[in-house]
Design a protein around this ligand. Sequence first.
Ligand SMILES: Nc1ncnc2c1ncn2[C@@H]1O[C@H](COP(=O)(O)OP(=O)(O)OP(=O)(O)O)[C@@H](O)[C@H]1O
Ligand SMILES: [Mg+2]
Length: 265
Amino acid sequence: MMQGSPAYDAHVRFEHVRMGFGTRTVFEDLVCGFPRGQISVLLGGSGSGKSTLLRLLGGLIRPAAGKIFVGDDEVTGAPEPTLYQIRSKIGMLFQGGALLDSLTVFDNLALPLREHSDLSEDAITETIRAQLSAVGLEKIDHLLPGQLSGGMLRRAALARAILREPEILLCDEPFSGLDPSSVKRIEMLLAKVNQERGITVLVVSHHIASTLRLADHALLLLPGRSVEGKPADLHRSEDAEVADFFDEDLAIDDVTPTASETLGS
Ligand SMILES: Nc1ncnc2c1ncn2[C@@H]1O[C@H](COP(=O)(O)OP(=O)(O)OP(=O)(O)O)[C@@H](O)[C@H]1O
Ligand SMILES: [Mg+2]
């Protein structure tokens, strides 16, 4: 095996990616991958580039150098129609990614289906009901987002992200600001989506406890470098910077369920 190429079937690969904003370099030479059909977690301090990595992967922004692959498709340099094809296989749950306030939950979910599919209104209704029920939400489709609790809102956003049966699901901090039982519930849903539909899941999380419970694979973004492996192995790492990250975050996790959000972003 070539040096640097992963020892697993990578669904997503970053090859020597350089990315910055103005004079701020986020990634100098990022090489990493995410295994197919597994749950990966993206860790790193605030500003380390976790959201940037997801946006690069979805082709929402382009790197200054390097290549990004989703399956056999190269995202980097892809023309808009190809990018559109690639994006149709990716579901995204953005950081703080709420639904549109002025639309009911139903219309929020119907929007992407009306725009991107040829489904009849009846089929759209059926799909939405099924997906909402899959995330444990029943009879709330006529409500406005403002009428839902934080945990329900996050589940509705998750339902929207998996609506078009993506091959990859990107979740940017799906646990932040939620109480422990809502965190567990979202965790269980992500595990379910992964197991039942075989979707490759990438989760950005400050929540180390969930990470250790949930993820098969972890990528930790550190200043100027990244480390990947099994979460438990990173947790036990002899690399001081890696171990420090877990120690600090476990300490933060102990304070309150939302402290990591308050302190971290
Ligand atoms: N559109 C942008 N314009 C300028 N700078 C940006 C932009 N997006 C991100 N950055 C910068 O890139 C760096 C990485 O940002 P990013 O949002 O990826 O961090 P993050 O790891 O997701 O942080 P957090 O945990 O706080 O969400 C930060 O320094 C940020 O200020
Ligand atoms: Mg972020």
